[in-house]
Design a protein around this ligand. Sequence first.
Ligand SMILES: NC(=O)c1ccc[n+]([C@@H]2O[C@H](COP(=O)([O-])OP(=O)(O)OC[C@H]3O[C@@H](n4cnc5c(N)ncnc54)[C@H](OP(=O)(O)O)[C@@H]3O)[C@@H](O)[C@H]2O)c1
Length: 345
Amino acid sequence: MGMNLPENPVVGVVGATGAVGRVMLDILLQRGFPASEVVAIASARSAGKQMRFGDQSLTVKALEAGAFDGIDLVLLDTPDEVAAEWAPHAVQAGAIVVDNSAAWRTDPEVPLVVPEANPEAVDAHKGIIASPNCATIGVVVPVAALHKTYQLQRLIVSTYQATSGAGRGGVEELEEQTQKLVGEMPALASGEIQGRAPKPEMFDDSIAFNILPAIGSVKQDGSTSEELKMLNESRKIMDLDSLEVITTCVRVPSVVGHGASVHATFADTVDLAEAQGVLKHAPGVKLVDLPTAHMSAGSDPCYVGRVRKDPFDEHALCFFTVSDNLRKGAALNAVQIAEILLPGW
Ligand SMILES: NC(=O)c1ccc[n+]([C@@H]2O[C@H](COP(=O)([O-])OP(=O)(O)OC[C@H]3O[C@@H](n4cnc5c(N)ncnc54)[C@H](OP(=O)(O)O)[C@@H]3O)[C@@H](O)[C@H]2O)c1
């Protein structure tokens, strides 16, 4: 059993100036997390900047030796390499770390937690707890509820991932490119845009008015790093070592809200009305007719809809899910994990 937090922990948000970090500050406030103090930390580039936290103004500190002194809970929202280097320093300084990066997720010593699916995994922590990939969380929340009833065997997932999934730079790039192309509908429709579309920096090609069917690095077998996360992380969270997961991750020009088309195959026969009932009562799920990215932005649930049977397989169910990648896909999930560590949870 890992150690827990004090009643009123001092909380360090590392990466507070980033897309996830900013939302993390909002969520700590919105959920009334009982922090005695919140410390905003980012790179040396941001040291001294002011960040709003309710009616307070937090002065951003640089991530450097001693930055974790006196901090009980470190919420890490930085690139993978920063989390890989600094999480052990935080633990050494006596803090518990909840990490949103991919640095620790597949480490067998580190619990990977979605509180609606495997809250008990937190107990085994040795100082670091990982929060999963944003697209994976949005799929696992509804799927884990169905798994309890029908025994999950196979997932086929196609994602529709928003630009904020690539951080604040992803949204900036979408905005700049959209402004450049907004009067170019005929050229976009005829294909003449190719060759003069804005040059990409954050993505593999121009993202405005486009669809990019690869996220992350492409592996030797043709899958991408993002797709491997869906496989490895779903297996770890649901403790299903031989779960079959086939994923195609696609970046689309939305701002917030990762969507996923899910085809799930179970050991047991699926009854549609019963499955809808399971989803309706599943923690963290809101069943709606038409889940959209706009619906999810700024809100907590995984919206699930378009629920239907596979007409060719009585063991399979199809649905669409969309959730705010910065909230349930990152900051909210991490704060929910931290709440489990509070006394009296
Ligand atoms: N965006 C999502 O939907 C999402 C979802 C789940 C998980 N994640 C993961 O969460 C992490 C943060 O993602 P993000 O989207 O918020 O990225 P982001 O918008 O690019 O923000 C990155 C943050 O990390 C800080 N940082 C960068 N290098 C640093 C260093 N050397 N030392 C200290 N701080 C440093 C940045 O500080 P400066 O402002 O000073 O540069 C900034 O606050 C990533 O690991 C990402 O994979 C993201």
